[in-house]
Design a protein around this ligand. Structure first.
Ligand code: TF8
Length: 336
């Protein structure tokens, strides 16, 4: 199966480069591709790479109309549009898919992976494929996992140096029970909100804080409305590129291969771009006036201990088989 996809991708590249994409079974197609972050973000840049690649591989027949900044709706609204067939594609957080495919909650496990190498191997391996496949009979097709990144905490109340500093902090979390439980367990007053409403909620002080990767804190200008950043790296968040299954089923094999190949190409670009940006982002956020602190090893351990209390319920929710397979896969990855 994997090899077949690879050959399809190579075939398409050859077709495109020799200018005979015309020969493939590709019709003129308009693809509305929605995403939540702004155009000048790691997400926006990668969607552009995807669009260019689709254009190239289809000999200009398939056109991607990239629509960012949640102009087509929040993640959950776009997911419903994909399921209903009113929108062709999107990229968004796996965390907002948990209501549709419960196995996606696996990616919300605090401290599941230690670094991006482990994340790539897990997501691109059999476990990632298995979770992805759960979308198929829910009306969506997942093409690739992109990197959102390790999440970190910001707030406007006080520097969080110990667990107790989170007491009573009104913290926006993603619309997902694992995140809600995790932060309630830490003592925060966790409030689920769509990302598209987050900046305003912070600005109007409806909430005191939020958690997201450095890249997003920077691209969404959260530094304008948040004073304190605590380096927690509490969970690695993937994004997933999805297609409306209704629409996907109307495509030819060649057209599907174009989308698959472009998703992989943009994934590789996106992960590198995100990591390059993240490596510089903290210094930039400091320049923008954020006060940044790291947790002492003892406090980090306390927080980790609290957060991993949710693991048992995640395991039950995603299924013990999948949970155990994930742990075995991680052990394999770590022994390499
Ligand atoms: C969040 C996520 C978002 C993504 C994005 C809108 O906090 O991390 O950044 O879902 O696609 O909601």
């Amino acid at each position: 199966m994997k090899l077949k996809k690879l050959f399809a991708a190579i075939g398409l590249t050859l077709l495109a480069s020799s200018g005979i994409a015309q020969a493939a079974d590709i019709k003129p197609r308009l693809i509305r591709f929605g995403y939540g972050l702004v155009e000048q973000s790691n997400q926006g840049r990668a969607v552009k790479v995807f669009a260019d690649e689709v254009d190239k591989l289809s000999g200009g027949k398939m056109k991607v109309r990239a629509i960012g900044a949640a102009a087509l709706g929040s993640d959950t609204q776009m997911q419903q549009a994909l399921i209903g067939g009113a929108q062709e594609m999107m990229v968004g957080s796996t965390a907002t898919l948990v209501g549709i495919a419960k196995e996606m909650a696996l990616w919300d496990t605090p401290f599941l992976v230690n670094n991006v190498k482990e994340a790539d191997a897990l997501l691109d391996g059999p476990v990632g494929a298995k979770v992805n496949a759960k979308l198929d009979d829910k009306g969506m097709v997942g093409l690739a996992y992109w990197e959102n990144g390790f999440r970190n905490l910001t707030n406007n109340k006080r520097p969080v140096a110990k667990l107790e500093d989170l007491d009573g902090v009104k913290l926006r979390v993603m619309q997902n029970n694992v995140f809600l439980d995790s932060f309630k367990t830490l003592g925060a007053n966790a409030v689920p909100l769509p990302f598209s409403e987050l900046f305003t909620a912070l600005e109007t002080k409806t909430v005191d804080g939020q958690e997201n990767p450095y890249n997003t804190i920077l691209s969404s200008k959260f530094y304008e409305v948040q004073k304190y950043l605590t380096v927690t790296n509490h969970v690695y968040s993937p994004w997933i590129v999805t297609v409306s299954k209704k629409w996907w089923d109307t495509l030819s094999k060649d057209e599907q291969a174009v989308l698959r190949a472009a998703a992989i190409k943009s994934r590789d670009f996106e992960r590198k771009d995100t990591r390059d940006e993240a490596a510089k982002a903290l210094a930039e956020l400091k320049t923008k006036g954020m006060q940044i602190n790291e947790l002492s090893p003892a406090e980090a351990a306390r927080m980790r201990g609290k957060l991993t209390q949710v693991n048992a319920s995640i395991a039950t929710n995603v299924g013990m088989d999948l949970w155990n397979e994930t742990q075995a896969e991680l052990a394999k990855i770590r022994s390499k």
